[in-house]
Design a protein around this ligand. Structure first.
Ligand code: NDP
Length: 374
């Protein structure tokens, strides 16, 4: 699908403003990832999406304007969706698989990577299946449903000599990266406080997100992970302890194993404290606030599909919106194909770190005690 001129302009404007605001992006390798004249552009990352649901479709649409990543295949349990995707995205029949035969993808030289967008509890077996087929794996958040599974996924991918990346789209979002740049440059002074609010009112009680066997947990696995991950990249340190408290107002909808609302706190080695809320019971919760001795950053919305809004003590951060998944997939192509190092990591270890914190939060809820992470 050809890119509309306005889209080209916005994307170019966004990326050049972004590059200007981030000196690290002025490196040759960073710029070639986006340059039309770059020779490496000839070699795209050829991606198959596994799990053709709501998010898989969003990624597929966003990939239509990618420069380095190309949607070339599907893995699905629903034959009718495969037919639709073949037509809609021009996917050849030889690149279409189901969950029973996708190990055969190892014999397909036209697919480099598989993007797993299935329910959370299936990520582990799906990523391991992809690795065993010798393909790079990109996995949606949460990487797994506990730290032990994440560790196994990281190890299996390493042993198979394939890369494992996590779909942390915010790690490539320009306003987020500008706040991170300012914090790293000391513009907020000594950072001592972060607030992360992540939540929405969940609908259909029969969906997999409310089935612990498929979701591995409730709001924390789904949306709370944004505040966990955000606290880490906004503060720029790894937490050393957590405390947490749970509130459940609807035990029928939010059955055993599905958290409705959890408030949690994390302590960081530099003295910063994060105070966060994860919930399936309230809308309009998509906010990050970072405060230091010299200034602050406020992002609201902070992790939605955008446009993200960000302001600091110096004023509004005015960088044009980019489609998160388009930038993410182009950057991931550069990571996999060129060995590019992202500013905020998106590898399996990054997802594993978040899962260790999720485990600790659940333990803190259960025991009522502070849980040490070191
Ligand atoms: P959906 O239910 O919309 O899609 C999941 C798809 O997985 C299904 O359509 C189905 O596709 C496949 N699937 C395979 N096995 C099962 C099963 N047992 N039950 C249900 N579906 C199955 O979910 P989402 O797309 O909303 O979420 C998928 C993943 O993406 C989750 O891990 C979620 O956390 C993550 N996500 C990330 C977002 C982000 O912004 N980064 C946003 C939204 C979700 P098929 O019929 O083709 O097999």
């Amino acid at each position: 699908m050809p890119m509309k001129p306005r889209r080209i302009f916005l994307q170019k404007a966004g990326l050049s403003a972004f590059a200007l605001s981030l000196p690290v992006f002025n490196s040759v390798s960073a710029m070639t990832a986006f340059s039309n004249s770059a020779g490496r552009e000839d070699k795209p990352l050829r991606v198959a999406i596994m799990g053709l649901g709501s998010y898989g479709t969003r990624v597929a649409d966003a990939m239509q304007t990618c420069k380095r990543a190309k949607l070339v295949g599907v893995i699905s349990g629903t034959p009718s969706k495969i037919e639709t995707w073949k037509t809609k995205y021009g996917i050849p029949a030889k690149n279409c698989y189901n969950y029973q035969n996708y190990s055969q993808i190892k014999n397909n030289p036209d697919i480099d990577a598989v993007y797993v967008t299935t329910p959370n509890a299936l990520h582990k077996e799906n990523v391991i299946g992809v690795a065993n087929a010798g393909k790079h794996a990109i996995c949606e958040k949460p990487l797994s449903i506990n730290a032990a599974d994440a560790e196994e996924m990281v190890k299996v991918c390493k042993a198979a000599n394939v890369q494992l990346l996590v779909g942390y789209r915010m790690h490539f979002e320009p306003k987020t990266l500008e706040v991170i740049r300012m914090r790293a440059a000391g513009e907020f002074g000594k950072v001592l406080f972060f607030q992360g609010l992540s939540g929405f009112i969940i609908g259909d009680p029969t969906q997999w997100r409310l089935n612990p066997v498929l979701s591995g947990g409730g709001a924390m696995m789904d949306i709370g992970v944004y505040s966990i991950n955000g606290a880490r990249y906004m503060i720029g340190e790894e937490p050393i302890w957590v405390t947490a408290q749970e509130v459940k107002t609807d035990p029928i909808k939010f059955k055993e194993g599905i958290d409705e609302t959890i408030t949690f706190q994390m302590g960081f080695p530099g003295g910063a404290v994060a105070s966060c809320l994860s919930t399936y019971a309230l809308n309009n919760l998509d906010k990050f606030y970072l405060d230091g001795t010299k200034g602050f950053a406020e992002m609201q919305p902070s992790t939605g599909y955008g446009p993200i809004k960000a302001k600091t003590h110096k004023g509004e951060i005015d960088i044009p919106h980019v489609t998160h998944q388009t930038v993410q997939m182009d950057e991931m192509a550069a990571i996999i194909l060129d060995g590019k190092k992202p500013i905020v990591p998106v590898d399996g270890i990054e997802g594993w770190k978040d899962m260790k914190i999720v485990d600790a939060i659940f333990e803190a809820v259960k025991t009522g005690k502070k849980v040490m992470l070191t």
